[in-house]
Design a protein around this ligand. Structure first.
Ligand code: FAD
Ligand code: NAI
Length: 471
């Protein structure tokens, strides 16, 4: 066999973490190859995650709004019909455009794209099983593992992606289910639950904890969005655990009981969405061949510079520590390449925003009130409701609020939590404020254009150090 070609950097995984690192490395003049096995670049996010889910969220929202929220606006429409096949096609078009776009960026930045499954043959060599058949291998002075994550299965339920689905099946259903049961009231459960509820399914969410939204969401905000989603028709069973499921028939039966033990009940649905979290994916990577280990939760262990105990091998994105978010993976990708080329890199893990793309959206950055309280910090809060914001009023879209959590003594912002229209865009301003160490008074004394939703952001800041004007 011919000796494997040597690169400065070999990346395993072409998801957001891997492809961003590849482009950055190309820009920095490194000889770089990126190995991806799914036949398309962009990973979970572009192919079966962020992008397809947001396409469905956007279009299902439009459909729902046209059905229920036009008459009062003076718009009378005729017969409204759902064409699910076309809605799925629109989603596929967005996905294809973006994944092809990444392939173009690879070419532009001299990244070699190897379509296949990579596994460690030794500490510097990756053996690749090519998608189109055959094998090859590539050597790397540096290697970056960016193999991502997969849905955590529910013991005893057989995921066929039709009747019992993860998010991957939930973005590709062929028909609107009559009844959908969602196990796990985190971000995936609420986003995908929203899509199918808007399209006509009767959606029930079973959540183990006493609040929805998954880790990090402020309790006050969680209560607010639960109420809003409830008005839209979603049903919630909190403090409830799924004991077992039976998916042998056409209708799936799920036994649930109170989390603390007690009352049992059997729920039935034609589609069950399992959304109880994701776990790092490192299967088949051959970590054992080079003596690398994963922790109890399957994460590859690394240091502050993303290095494993073999310092030329680094790990970023969903397959290691931190929130499983695309923009977190992207920050790490740039930092990891900079550690290789410049010996320094930086990610501020205290200022990574989270957004849930329901309607209205929920977005936050920094610590929530419970976390600040638990840390024993003296704090103050300030809120402002969208019902008192002029733009939200003109848009007739007034559910939700902005909430600041700040240090009681220094007024420095500790966290910002929003439920409301456009929260996902608005949180960028909050992230910048946090990144720059702003106080609530800094934000409150910054002019915000009128009439915009972002005035609610300014006024919530004002309410934290003083008083809001319009509430
Ligand atoms: P991945 O995107 O999972 O990419 C890893 C890639 O590595 C995969 O393509 C895989 O095929 C490849 N791979 C694995 N092993 C090998 C191997 N041995 N050889 C070759 N290739 C391999 N995050 C957000 O920030 N915003 C959102 O709106 C959002 N929405 C989401 C919606 C859903 C339904 C889901 C499931 C996730 C969502 N996420 C969102 C999370 C986001 O998708 C992940 O955080 C992000 O994709 C992580 O990027 P990654 O590169 O680490 O991993
Ligand atoms: P999650 O961690 O957000 O939520 C899982 C929920 O399931 C939690 O509330 C948990 O308490 C509950 N749960 C766990 N076991 C349970 C059980 N046996 N019975 C009932 N409830 C149970 O995980 P999710 O929603 O699966 O999403 C995975 C990850 O994907 C997210 O953490 C996020 O990182 C990423 N993601 C991000 C999105 C975004 O940024 N908009 C969108 C979708 C996913």
């Amino acid at each position: 066999a011919t000796p494997a070609e040597e690169k400065d950097l070999v990346i395993i995984g072409g998801g957001v973490a891997g492809y961003v690192a590849a482009i950055k490395a190309g820009q920095e003049g490194l000889k770089v190859a990126c190995i991806e096995k799914r036949g398309a670049l962009g990973g979970t996010c572009l192919n079966v995650g962020c992008i397809p889910s947001k396409s469905l969220l956007n279009n299902s929202h439009l459909y729902h709004q046209i059905l229920h929220d036009t008459k009062n606006r003076g718009i009378e429409v005729g017969e409204v019909k759902l064409n699910l096949e076309q809605m799925m096609k629109a989603k596929d078009t967005s996905v294809a455009g973006l994944t092809k776009g990444v392939e173009f960026l690879f070419k532009k930045n001299n990244v070699e794209y190897i379509k296949g499954t990579g596994a460690f043959a030794d500490e510097h060599t990756i053996a690749v099983n090519l998608v189109d058949g055959g094998e090859t291998s590539v050597r790397g002075k540096n290697i970056l593992i960016a193999t991502g994550s997969e849905a955590t299965p529910f013991p005893g339920l057989n995921i066929d992606e039709k009747k019992v689905v993860t998010s991957t099946g939930a973005i590709a259903l062929k028909a609107v289910p009559k009844k959908m049961l969602v196990i796990g009231g985190g971000i995936i459960g609420l986003e995908m639950g929203s899509v199918w509820s808007r399209l006509g399914a009767e959606v029930t969410v079973v959540e183990f904890l006493g609040q929805i939204g998954g880790p990090g969401m402020d309790a006050e905000i969680s209560k607010s969005i639960q109420k809003i989603l409830g008005k839209q028709g979603m049903k919630f069973k909190l403090n409830t655990k799924v004991v077992k499921g039976d998916d042998s028939g056409d209708i799936v039966k799920i036994d649930v009981e109170a989390a603390k033990g007690g009352k049992e009940e059997t729920l039935e649905a034609d589609v069950v969405l399992v959304a109880i979290g994701r776990r790092p994916y490192t299967a088949g990577l051959g970590l054992e061949n080079i003596g690398l280990e994963v922790d109890k939760r399957g994460r590859i262990v690394i240091d502050q510079e993303y290095r494993t105990k073999l310092p030329h091998i680094r790990v970023i994105g969903d397959c290691t520590f931190g929130p499983m978010l695309a923009h977190k993976a992207e920050e790490e990708a740039v930092a990891a390449v900079e550690f290789i080329t410049k010996n320094y890199g930086h990610v501020n893990y205290n200022a990574i925003p989270s957004v849930m793309y329901t309607h209205p959206e929920v977005a936050w950055v920094g610590q929530n009130e419970a976390e600040v309280k638990e840390a024993g910090i003296k704090y103050k809060t300030g809120t402002f409701p969208f019902s008192a914001n002029s733009r939200a009023k003109t848009n007739q879209d007034t559910d939700g609020m902005v909430k600041f959590v700040a240090d009681a003594e220094t007024d420095r912002i500790l966290g910002i939590h929003i439920v409301g229209p456009n929260a996902g865009e608005m949180i960028a301003e909050g992230t910048l404020a946090l990144e720059y160490g702003a106080s609530t008074e800094d934000v409150g004394r910054t002019s915000h254009a009128h009439p915009t939703l972002s005035e609610a952001f300014k006024e919530a800041a004002m309410a934290t150090y003083g008083k809001a004007i319009h509430y």
